[in-house]
Design a protein around this ligand. Structure first.
Ligand code: SAM
Length: 244
């Protein structure tokens, strides 16, 4: 018997969510980078920069970027780990992954791309010094399963970074809801000819666990020293936890 899960504000069969999410990213892939800049006013670059800054990644490290899409984090990690290190760009979606891999290879960066589901990572236990997931966890059907997998593939002492939309500072909430639920679908329609995918984006932001709930979920699967950093008044939060 299968349960129901959120797909934005819709409640769908849990076996159906991954297919619906795949439909969204198949549809947005080619305009993904442009829309990211447009919708965030370029802020996503600063949020990602902050994430890299807090990663503690150093030359020679092995890094796994989960749900890496078009490869922004993977690119920055490549520069950090240097020729002795290794960065794996992974995503469940072939269209997003191909764009990311091609872009990084065109830039002369050495990155391995693996298509895989975060809920079933095809890597042995303890393989990585750092695992990152940016704006991906929100889309996963079983977030607890994905977090457990990320914990499993980290070596003792390794760390997970989760960059994700979160709960905005309360006084800003009404304006922010207006933006995510009304303006984003409109922008999606005007720029990408696709309001449904951007409606899902806004709704999935509203449904995602808040800062403390996500921190508790990370602790439940075994992460320690879990903390989070609110960015842009909590529009986004970076969570960091260690496998000790
Ligand atoms: N990390 C990139 C960034 O920050 O620009 C891409 C983020 S994009 C909003 C979300 C990505 O999550 C998509 O590429 C999607 O295919 C991927 N994704 C969704 N569910 C996934 C899953 N179960 N396993 C791996 N990737 C998944």
């Amino acid at each position: 018997m299968s349960g129901k899960v959120d797909f934005g504000f819709e409640s769908v069969d849990e076996h159906d969510k991954a297919r619906r999410v795949a439909g969204v990213f198949d549809s947005v892939a080619t305009r993904y980078d442009l829309m990211n800049d447009l919708m965030s006013g370029g802020l996503h670059r600063l949020w990602k920069h902050f994430t890299i800054d807090r990663s503690g990644v150093k030359p020679g490290d092995r890094v796994l970027d989960v749900a890496g899409g078009t490869g922004d984090l993977a690119r920055a990690f490549c520069e950090r780990v240097g020729p002795e290190g290794r960065v794996l760009l992974t995503d469940i979606n072939g269209a997003m992954l191909q764009l990311g891999r091609d872009r990084l290879l065109d830039e002369g960066l050495r990155v391995d791309a693996v298509r895989c589901d975060a809920e079933h990572l095809p890597f042995p236990d303890g393989s990585f010094d750092c695992v990152s997931v940016a704006f991906g966890l929100r889309n996963m059907t079983h977030k607890d399963v994905a977090l457990r997998e990320m914990f499993r593939v980290l070596r003792p002492g390794g760390r997970l970074l989760v960059l994700e939309f979160s709960r905005v500072w309360a006084p800003l909430a009404p304006a922010y809801s207006l933006y995510t639920l009304k303006v984003l679908p409109l922008l999606g329609r005007l720029v990408a000819g696709d309001s449904a995918s951007y409606r899902y984006l806004g709704e999935s932001i509203a449904r995602h666990p808040d800062q403390d709930t996500l921190a508790a979920m990370m602790r439940t699967v075994g992460f320690e020293r879990v903390e989070y950093f609110n960015l842009t008044a909590g529009v986004v939060a970076l969570h960091r936890g260690y496998r000790l």
